[in-house]
Design a protein around this ligand. Structure first.
Ligand code: FES
Length: 346
């Protein structure tokens, strides 16, 4: 189908294959269509159908709650074209992403599924075609037995990588978390779309880094740390990581943190914020270079950083209430919005 998009910055066209969502087709064409989660939760990809027939994949998507359906409003990430159509997008769109790789669909095979804690699982996807991504970016994965896609940030970092490392936290009744732990996951073929996301780390910007993450939101921070260590970034710049979990037993990637702290030679600090346990000590019993604190991660970070935000770029990832709390506490602390990067998956 031929899709025409009218935007504030001009009119563009792209082809959309049967079964492909309008967002993925447009992004793969190189258009910078507005999006955040790419999975129907945030509502950022709102557009209006001016003419033509479309089909909505997920009517109850949380991101669709405020759409004016009677006026033809849709979410680009949850809609497929049934024929040629004309859409209106209420924002500026450019023909090529400024600094990121153009996202594309790929196929991959799931492997190396490992339980990290009682509810956190690490897994890998071997890609049939390599991917180049920035530290902090994510992909959307579609598994064969599950409806719709799930967004996961890469834990590893590299150029032309044919293996993605990812992490998922199991939620009660949570489809993908249960599936990845089940008998059908290892060796399963999955669809992967990406890379996506703008909460990315660029060493040439020369900032000190503040990272605030909850649960599996730590994935993108691991990728940023990995790039920083690889590029010897922490010889000149500092990084402070605040990682929120419920209890000491819920912490993971501790060995990787300890390695990054050592490589950072005093410029990398990691604090594990325990929301539901006071460990009664200030360092981790097994990894003493990792600090411990008691409280919600955004509050722990806010107290520790008070007045120390000069030249800082903040990265935030985790459950939406935690992300909102962290943004609020940074803004109250005087951090400008342009110095805060986050992707809310919801
Ligand atoms: Fe479509 Fe978030 S990008 S709802």
């Amino acid at each position: 189908c031929a899709v025409t998009v009218e935007t504030r910055s001009g009119t563009f066209g792209f082809d959309c294959a049967t079964g492909e969502t309008l967002l993925y087709a447009g992004l793969a064409h190189g258009l910078t269509l507005p999006h955040e989660c790419a999975t129907g939760t945030c509502g950022t990809c709102r557009a209006r159908v001016m003419s033509g027939d479309v089909e909505v994949a997920w009517e109850e998507a949380p991101g669709a709650a405020r759409l004016k359906r009677d006026k033809g409003d849709i979410l680009l990430c949850q809609t497929r074209a049934l024929g040629d159509c004309v859409l209106r997008v209420p924002s500026d769109v450019a023909e090529r992403p400024a600094r990121h790789e153009i996202p594309a669909p790929r196929l991959g095979v799931v492997g190396n599924v490992k339980q990290l804690t009682s509810d956190v699982v690490h897994f890998e996807i071997a890609l049939t075609e390599p991917m180049t991504f920035d530290a902090g970016q994510f992909v959307v994965i579609e598994a064969p037995e599950l409806e719709g896609g799930r967004a996961y940030s890469m834990v590893n970092y590299g150029r032309d990588l044919d293996r993605l490392e990812l992490v998922v936290k199991r939620k009660p009744g949570g489809g993908f978390g249960d599936w990845i732990n089940g008998p059908l996951a290892s060796g399963a073929n999955v669809k992967v779309f990406g890379p996506l996301g703008r909460a990315t780390f660029h060493p040439d910007e020369g900032h000190d880094l503040l990272m605030i993450a909850g649960g599996s939101g730590i994935a993108g921070m691991m990728s940023i740390l990995s790039r920083g260590v690889r590029d010897r970034y922490f010889e000149k710049r500092k990084a402070k990581v605040f990682f929120g979990v419920r209890t000491l037993a819920d912490g993971f990637y501790l060995e990787d943190f300890a390695r990054a702290i050592e490589a950072g030679g005093g410029n990398v600090e990691v604090t594990l914020a325990l929301s539901h346990e006071d460990a009664g000590r200030l360092d981790h019993p097994e990894f003493p270079t990792v600090k411990l604190a008691h409280g919600f991660v955004h509050e722990v970070a806010g107290q520790a950083m008070a007045g120390g935000y000069d030249n800082v770029m903040a990265y935030i990832a985790g459950p939406p209430p935690m992300v909102d709390g962290a943004i609020r506490s940074l803004i109250i602390g005087g951090v400008g919005r342009s110095a805060i990067r986050y992707d809310k998956f919801g």
